[in-house]
Write a protein that binds this ligand. Structure first.
Ligand SMILES: [Ca+2]
Length: 103
């Protein structure tokens, strides 16, 4: 390696850097595509989910995890809850088995 060549300018390191950047770009693109797939439909966010299920949906034995007044009016349906959880875990961030609970 010539004296002027640093790790960044040496051709071999440049190629490795280019490969790393390409890999990083592919990962970001894949992540963007994955989140884009959730930008349609009721699982996008709680605003859309609550349009169909105004009080949210929980598993049959779910109990609202709140220090305030517990929501008990949510729909109880294991299938709908787990489908929502699979599509977008953010719908139940407090993991109390109720997606988008709202009084
Ligand atoms: Ca919840």
């Amino acid at each position: 390696m010539p004296a002027y060549a640093t790790r960044e300018t040496h051709p071999m390191h440049r190629r490795a850097l280019a490969t790393a950047l390409t890999t990083a770009t592919l990962i970001v693109t894949a992540a963007t595509a994955a989140s884009a797939a959730h930008e349609t439909g009721i699982h996008d966010n709680c605003t859309k989910f609550n349009e169909k299920y105004p009080h949210g949906v929980g598993t049959r034995k779910a109990v609202d995890k709140t220090s305030g007044t517990k929501v008990t009016t949510f729909k109880r349906n294991n299938d709908i809850y787990w489908l929502a959880e699979k599509h977008n875990p953010d719908l139940d961030r407090d993991n109390d088995r109720i997606a988008c609970e709202k009084a």
